[in-house]
Design a protein around this ligand. Structure first.
Ligand code: CMC
Length: 429
């Protein structure tokens, strides 16, 4: 903690504001008492300069391209860890011992099935529904089934809900996919690890044996690890805000899924792949670069730029390597989308506009190509992101609920609408 203060001159008075330091990263000016002391609010649409909470989970240094979970660099976790170990780390704060890991794996694995009655929900959706629409509905509905883990004041129930969400999310995601393509649901297979089980539920059919390819399972695992948490991004902030009112965790995660769906957030991997397909061939890239730079054209290069990273997204580097591993394993040598991606990245990284604005490829630039090669349709991409991010959301939600200073989130506004005026009856308008 720093004893420093900041001074604010406002309406002829000087106000001293406490400055707080984290373990690493920018200091924060504590303005919690600002309104009480000055009668003024701060204004920060998009929260570009606002720390909304104190957290010990994830740290990002956007200028240096650093991402740490509980202090561990993402590249080390992606290289040496598995997804459930990262889940344990995010939830409990430390890497597990062997016994703790075995116990955690066992607990998650024993919760992978969903209530049988839930499978009937799916038939209520149109077959051509976007799987994210199905996810919003079905995950929200978990709170209608698991009443014994919705009491947020009970630490045991909070942990059970967390485990249930991590365990059931892949099952629900795979069911959404199977429903979409008209195939029967495949039950979880608990002898498989998290990623392999997910691939099995998505790609197996009851009429023949499906062997999970270990290289592809490892790639899936890595994609899950890379997406597990990302501090106070839009969907995580949504989960925290929803949870701040005391809403149950299943409802909060459904809110996070809804937020993630947007193309500026989790929907970007789908949008990036669509864009690469639309560009089609390397010779058309300059046209799209020109459009991205044109102020009068709303087009943006999807998969480029990030609110926090003003350097290469560290996840994108690992993702790029994973993409090559997957394409190599599947023997995909001439993928036109990949050719366009590599050339687009090369041009963008040397182009003045992108350099000046610090627009680097983000994780979504490469994840779409990999997921397509794994056999997923683009509509499933954001669903996979949601499967992975569930642990981040629930860890952040848990941290918030356990914070003694936690309050309902309630931002204020700069009101620019009409001042008081008298009601005019409809006949006189
Ligand atoms: N292509 C072209 N120009 C861009 C792009 C882009 N992808 N991204 C930002 N810019 C320009 C933007 O026009 C603006 O220019 P100016 O200063 O002249 O007005 C400047 O860069 C700053 O952009 P911004 O919109 O103020 O930045 P932001 O921090 O609000 O937006 C972003 C971040 C990720 C929404 C944005 O970069 C974007 O829309 N990127 C494409 C979508 C995408 O790939 N999203 C995935 C994010 S990573 C995964 C996740 O977190 O879910």
């Amino acid at each position: 903690m720093s004893a420093a203060t900041a001074k604010l001159e406002f309406n002829g008075k000087t106000h001293e504001l406490k400055v707080r330091s984290g373990t690493v990263g920018p200091d924060v000016i504590d303005i919690a008492a600002l309104y009480k002391d000055t009668g003024a609010f701060t204004y920060d649409p998009g929260f570009t300069s606002t720390a909304s909470c104190e957290s010990e989970i994830t740290y990002i240094d956007g200028d240096e391209g650093v991402l740490l979970h509980r202090g561990y660099p993402i590249d080390q976790l992606a290289e040496h860890s598995d997804f459930l170990e990262v889940c344990y780390l995010l939830l409990y704060g430390e890497l597990p011992t062997k016994a703790q890991k075995d116990d955690f794996d066992y607990r998650v694995t024993r919760h992978t099935m969903v209530h049988e009655q839930m499978s009937r929900f799916f038939t209520g959706f149109r077959r051509d529904a976007h799987p994210m629409a199905v996810m919003c509905g079905v995950v929200g509905a978990l709170s209608a089934f698991y009443h014994d883990s919705t009491d947020i004041s009970d630490p045991h129930q909070r942990m059970v809900a967390s485990i249930r969400l991590i365990a059931k999310m892949p099952t629900i995601a795979a069911m959404a996919y199977k429903y979409h393509i008209g195939q029967p649901f495949i039950y979880p297979k608990n002898e498989l690890n998290f990623a392999a089980n997910f691939l099995h539920m998505c790609f197996a059919v009851p009429c023949e044996e499906y062997k999970v390819n270990p290289v592809l399972a490892r790639a899936m695992e890595r994609i899950f690890i890379l997406h597990a948490d990302h501090e106070q991004n839009a969907s995580t902030s949504t989960v925290r805000l929803a949870g701040s009112s005391g809403a149950n965790p299943f409802a909060c995660i459904a809110a996070g899924i809804a937020c993630l769906w947007g193309p500026a957030h989790g929907g970007a991997n789908e949008a990036a792949l669509n864009m690469l397909s639309e560009i089609g061939t390397v010779d058309r890239i300059p046209e799209y670069i020109a459009r991205a730079k044109d102020k009068d054209d709303p087009f943006r290069l999807m998969g480029f730029g990030h609110r926090v990273y003003k350097n290469y997204d560290p996840r994108a580097k690992i993702m790029q390597k994973t993409t090559h591993e997957v394409l190599g394993e599947l023997g995909i040598k001439d993928d036109p989308t990949l050719d366009v991606a590599i050339e687009l990245e090369r041009i963008a990284l040397t182009d003045d506009y992108f350099i000046a604005k610090k627009l680097y490829p983000n994780i979504d630039f490469y994840s779409g190509i990999t997921l397509k090669a794994l056999g997923f349709p683009t509509t499933m991409f954001t669903v996979l992101f949601a499967v992975a991010r569930t642990v981040g959301w629930i860890s952040q939600w848990k941290e918030m609920i356990e914070d003694p200073h936690q309050k309902i989130g309630r931002p204020r506004q700069l009101y620019t609408g009409p001042t008081v005026r008298d009601f005019v009856p409809i006949a006189k308008r």
